[in-house]
Design a protein around this ligand. Structure first.
Ligand SMILES: [Zn+2]
Length: 444
């Protein structure tokens, strides 16, 4: 039987197991569902044990339960670590779902349900590849399934330090990104980082009558608007000095596609300059994501004494999150209009990544993906952030890291009606099996 036929035959069973995993409400952000998170980790252990893993078990470093299991390397063979996460985002407003979020439901060529693509679908790909070899893969395989990715992997670095020897591998396959389109797989080669802060601005020690003092005393909200306006130049490029810009993308992002995906309204201009792919993947971006001030319904004719804004920054691949956040803080303090008092509280950071996708393993992976999907895989950046990729790169600097996907641009991970494209899922399972086979031809 060819590998294609083998994978085709085992898909119904893998999909049934994925459906059962979707039914477990492993929402890592919800303490009330901690038992469900534990249950989904236990189910992952069972599935790995069933396929022949001798030592699959739950591990934690004080955070969400992760699972590690090993399929020992045949003599002289490399070891591949297959990553996914079993925790999911909250379902949000159930009314926005067309099918129940935790009941996997097939409609047309898609399987709907929370986690169907992000990232229980990623784990299901690993499971399919292991089953394709009857649980005896031709290379060593370590399966690492995290349980807290959707809350920012707070204890991942500790977990990796504690289990360093167990996780060490020649290749890491991180199946948690997005393919280029339905039918076209992608390897993600860069990821932006993330940093945020809250800026508080004060001009008066209490609200005062706008008739008596307006015209001489500045109100804090107008001052805040002027401050926020300094974050971009007139063309919409980020104006904070010293932020890094990554290398230009090799792929261009079709404008029509971006217009449709973003929901940009007619007549609204894009901001920034250069190719669109660079603006969303390799340059920094800034957005004001919240503002605390007087509500319109409670407005009175007073000068507002203080206001707060939360600013979210996406960092170019190659930048350093802490130093970028320091530059943003300095910009906000330096540009305080009219001598207003400005105080910045720095928030969370996640490092960007430039993923080195050269070398024999990456080449073999590309060839395997091309064979399985019938098209050449794309190399894409991601405007979003997967900080754990940087954690892996830092912990294992000599390993090849491959960031793959089961999601497509219509999968809506994190949103309502999350789904998995079944044709792409089948191709991803075959691609991973062929890839493991190809890795067995490469000396570690
Ligand atoms: Zn994910």
């Amino acid at each position: 039987m060819t590998m294609r036929e083998t994978v085709q035959d085992l898909l119904p069973g893998v999909l049934a197991d994925l459906e059962a995993l979707v039914a477990v409400e492993s929402v890592s952000a919800d303490r009330a569902r901690a038992d469900q998170l534990q249950l989904s980790a236990a189910r992952v252990v069972e599935l790995l044990t069933e396929v022949g893993c001798p030592d699959a078990r739950i591990v934690t470093a004080g955070g969400g339960p992760a699972v590690i299991g090993h399929f020992p390397a045949p003599p002289g063979q490399p070891t591949v670590c297959l990553y996914a996460h079993h925790d999911v985002q909250p379902q949000g407003d159930p009314a926005r779902w067309d099918t129940p979020p935790f009941v996997a439901t097939t409609v047309g060529d898609r399987l709907y349900g929370r986690g169907s693509s992000d990232d229980k679908g990623g784990f299901a790909v690993h499971l399919a590849a292991l089953r394709a070899f009857g649980g005896r893969p031709p290379v060593g395989v370590t399966v690492f399934v995290e349980g807290e990715e959707e809350v920012g992997s707070p204890t991942l670095a500790a977990l990796m330090a504690e289990h360093r020897d167990e996780l060490a591998a020649d290749v890491f396959v991180i199946t948690d990104s997005t393919n280029w389109t339905v039918g076209v797989p992608a390897f993600t080669t860069s990821l932006r980082g993330l940093a945020d802060c809250v800026v508080e601005l004060r001009t008066l020690d209490h609200a005062v009558h706008s008739g008596e003092f307006g015209g001489a005393a500045p109100d804090a909200l107008t001052a805040m608007c002027r401050l926020l306006a300094t974050l971009h130049d007139d063309a919409g490029n980020v104006a904070v000095a010293g932020l890094h810009t990554g290398r230009p993308s090799v792929l261009d992002y079709p404008e029509e596609r971006l217009r449709e995906e973003s929901g940009l309204l007619p007549g609204v201009d894009w901001i920034g300059s250069g190719p669109l792919a660079d603006r969303i993947w390799t340059k920094p971006a800034l957005a004001v994501i919240a503002l605390d001030t007087t509500r319109v319904a409670s407005a009175s004719n007073t000068l507002i004494p203080s206001a707060r804004a939360k600013i979210s920054m996406r960092l170019a691949p190659g930048d350093d999150a802490r130093s970028a956040l320091d530059k943003l803080s300095a910009h906000l303090v330096d540009h305080a209009p009219w001598g207003a008092q400005v105080e910045v509280t720095e928030g969370d950071t996640g490092e960007p990544s430039v993923i080195n996708s050269t070398g024999p393993y990456a080449a073999a992976a590309r060839a395997a993906f091309a064979e399985a999907w019938g098209v050449v895989p794309a190399s894409v950046g991601q405007g979003g952030s997967i900080p754990m990729v940087a954690d892996f790169a830092a912990a294992f600097p000599d390993a090849t890291i491959l960031v793959t996907a089961v999601s497509d641009p219509d999968s809506r991970p994190h949103g309502a009606n999350e789904s998995l494209h079944l044709g792409d899922f089948a191709a991803a399972c075959l691609a991973e099996a062929l890839m493991l086979q190809a890795f067995a031809e490469i000396a570690p």
